[in-house]
Design a protein around this ligand. Structure first.
Ligand code: ADP
Ligand code: MG
Length: 370
């Protein structure tokens, strides 16, 4: 697969300031990549170069195999209107044009305006009933959604977003991020600048800059697994207490991430998508059950055997549950004499090692297999 973006030794010098210093990376079609780093690290400079708003001092930036530095002013204008869609922290809407006209304005630079198309774009971002509003009559979140509709109207190859939720309250942040999720699911390539780690984690990869240099590229999956585990446990424990888990009550991860993680977990078939509430699939239940078992066995070990008190025991158990192998799990369980409850009185789901001795709950285990 050809990368949609290829950046090679990209450098940008502003007088004495080196905003970018030999940055290289590739982005594949359909990826959602977060550009992260502290203020002044070169994020905006990078996005502006990729968007054809600025030119590098050295190195190359290729989009769809075309080197941007090789384009003349006319070709660059066409590139900006056809290949990329921009979303900025400030919405940059024309104040005296309606939402619909603001979107149509982006088409105007492209070719012909097409009102029905612009209207569809606004419907897509959830603004069917705001078409004729002026920017001043829209909330910040609505204005940003108009800006996203405008960015998408010419079906760009890449969506470039520079701190798109930086000016929004939490509710609108969530709405806009949901929109990015939908676009990503539909195959849109997204490059999103953010300094918020919770937003960065929504991306498949994070490119981290410091002082204009590439600090690291992080693939999300490794720490996602730990977050899945925390949510699985919370959902399992709610069920144990006889209540169905609700997204807004889950505390294991930040509010911005919950929806994203639950969606991913449904894709991995850990959660039942068809269920109205949050329900574990057989697979999710098994994984949650193993985690809760390891956590509670670890608590027993720390508190009974090593006399470590809460909350220290709890903190250790929380880390332990991710690293105990099935063999060690059984050894600990056997060493402790197959305890049935944790030190707080909650049941320890029985493991393989518990069954022959009759400590387990065969009826329940038989049910899991059905
Ligand atoms: P970020 O978006 O990560 O906060 P920027 O890309 O905006 O960082 O800026 C990187 C560095 O380049 C900063 O030190 C900034 O002051 C400098 N810089 C950015 N744009 C210009 C410019 N047009 N002229 C001079 N210096 C600039
Ligand atoms: Mg910036």
């Amino acid at each position: 697969m050809e990368p949609v973006i290829a950046v090679e030794q990209l450098t940008k010098q502003y007088g004495g300031v080196r905003a970018l210093d030999g940055v290289s990376f590739n982005i594949d079609p359909g990826e959602w990549v977060a550009i992260m780093g502290p203020s002044g690290s070169g994020k905006t400079t990078l996005i502006n170069i990729l968007g054809g708003l600025d030119t590098p001092s050295a190195g190359r930036a290729l989009v769809d195999g075309v080197e941007l530095a090789g384009l003349d002013e006319e070709a660059l204008t066409r590139y900006r209107s056809e290949k990329v869609g921009f979303v900025f922290q400030q919405f940059h809407l024309v104040p005296y044009l309606t939402a619909l006209e603001n979107v149509m304005l982006a088409q105007y630079f492209h070719s012909m305006t097409h009102e029905a198309q612009a209207a569809r774009a606004l419907v897509r971002v959830g603004l069917a009933d705001r078409m004729t509003h002026l920017p001043s009559q829209l909330s910040g979140g609505e204005q940003q959604r108009v800006a996203i509709a405008r960015a998408l109207i010419n079906q760009p190859n890449i969506l470039l977003a520079d701190e798109p939720t930086g000016n929004l309250d939490e509710v609108n942040q969530q709405l806009v991020l949901n929109l990015f999720h939908e676009l990503h699911a539909a195959g849109q390539t997204i490059l999103l600048v953010t300094h918020d780690p919770a937003i960065g984690r929504l991306a498949g990869r994070r490119i981290e800059l410091t002082h204009g240099r590439l600090a690291q590229i992080v693939v999300s999956s490794a720490d996602d697994e730990v977050r899945f585990d925390h949510l699985l446990e919370e959902i399992f424990i709610s069920g144990e207490q006889g209540t169905a888990a609700r997204a807004e009550q889950l505390s294991g991860v930040g509010p911005l991430e919950v929806g994203h993680l639950l969606r991913q977990m449904a894709e991995l078939r850990l959660l039942d998508e068809k269920s109205a509430g949050i329900a574990l699939t057989e697979r999710g239940r098994k994984r949650a059950c193993d985690l809760v078992r390891r956590r509670r066995l670890a608590e027993r070990l720390f508190m009974d055997t090593f006399s470590i008190e809460d909350p220290e025991a709890d903190t250790h158990a929380c880390k332990f549950e991710h690293i105990i192998s099935p063999e060690l799990d059984e050894k600990i369980c056997t060493f402790l004499g197959h305890p049935r409850t944790c030190p707080h009185g909650h049941p320890i789901p029985p493991g393989h090692c518990c069954r022959p001795e009759g400590h387990g709950e065969p009826a329940k285990l038989a049910k899991i297999k059905v």
